[in-house]
Design a binder for this molecule. Structure first.
Ligand SMILES: [Zn+2]
Length: 266
């Protein structure tokens, strides 16, 4: 059976470390590199529920997108059972579960987060968005589509439970995509002649500014725009290591959004 280190080396062939942002923390972050692996759980994030799912499933390894530790939102100065992150890291370490995280390198990699997002949205000819830091992609729909119809299409394709968007009064044809928090690339999308940008984690004023500048801006949510890459990772790992049992987390989901039901006045 492959070791954690061998699986990490394979994942780096898919998403080279050099593609990661300099602030990022990617690769095999936790556990024993020489551990042999029989079962792998793939998830967008390593939450406590995902860690328990891995332990219950007898997994020696979790492969995730977001770093489990020591990233912008998970600085680590201590590992203690009386903090949420310390509890998570101790659970993984004590349970012998390694963690490999492929983050901004997988955003940028060919066939990674953003190529997958473009494909799921039905964009053809996807290529790098100029000035998009090698992360965002731009592609085209076969025919122009009214914005509202495209939003419905994105809802279904990504399995979103809701979408926020700003309407610049243009049909959708040339679309930039940036999974996760890529709102800073809205200007790059405009400069590349895009009518529409699909990303996540957009602030209120950014919607207004984009629409005023002539760009339909769609916030389809962080989880829905990135989670499709998990299926890619499952498929690639199964192909490369046929003896491994690999599956995607059944428990990890988007944060819940309460949708207002206008008809019932709720
Ligand atoms: Zn993300």
């Amino acid at each position: 059976m492959p070791t954690v280190h061998e699986i990490e080396a394979f994942l780096y062939r898919l998403a080279p470390k050099e593609l990661a942002a300099d602030w990022d923390n990617v690769g095999h972050l936790l556990g024993d590199p020489e551990q042999e692996v029989r079962r792998v759980l793939v998830a967008l994030d390593i939450t406590e529920a995902v860690a328990e799912e891995a332990l219950d499933g007898g997994c020696e390894l979790i492969v995730a997108h977001h770093p489990v530790m020591n990233c912008r939102w998970h600085p680590v100065q201590s590992v203690r059972r009386d903090t949420p992150q310390g509890r998570l890291l101790m659970k993984l370490l004590c349970g012998g579960v390694s963690c490999i995280c492929m983050h901004t390198n997988l955003d940028a990699a060919p066939g990674g987060v953003n190529d997958r997002l473009a494909a799921v949205l039905g964009l053809s000819g996807a290529e790098l968005l100029p000035r998009g830091d090698n992360i965002c992609r731009v592609g085209e729909l076969p025919e122009p589509m009214p914005l509202r119809q495209f939003v419905r299409h994105a809802l279904a394709a990504l399995g979103c439970r809701g979408i926020r968007y700003a309407d610049a009064g243009k049909p959708v044809r040339r679309v930039a995509v940036g999974g996760g928090a890529c709102g800073e690339y809205a200007d790059a999308a405009l400069c590349a002649g895009c009518d529409t940008f699909v990303t996540a984690d957009i602030k209120y004023h950014a919607f207004l500014d984009a629409a005023a500048a002539g760009l339909n801006l769609i916030d389809a949510g962080h989880f829905p725009t990135e989670d499709p890459v998990c299926e890619t990772l499952v498929t690639k790992l199964r192909t490369e290591f046929p003896a491994l049992r690999v599956w995607k987390s059944a428990l990890h989901r988007d944060v819940v959004r309460f949708e207002c039901d206008a008809e019932n006045g709720i």
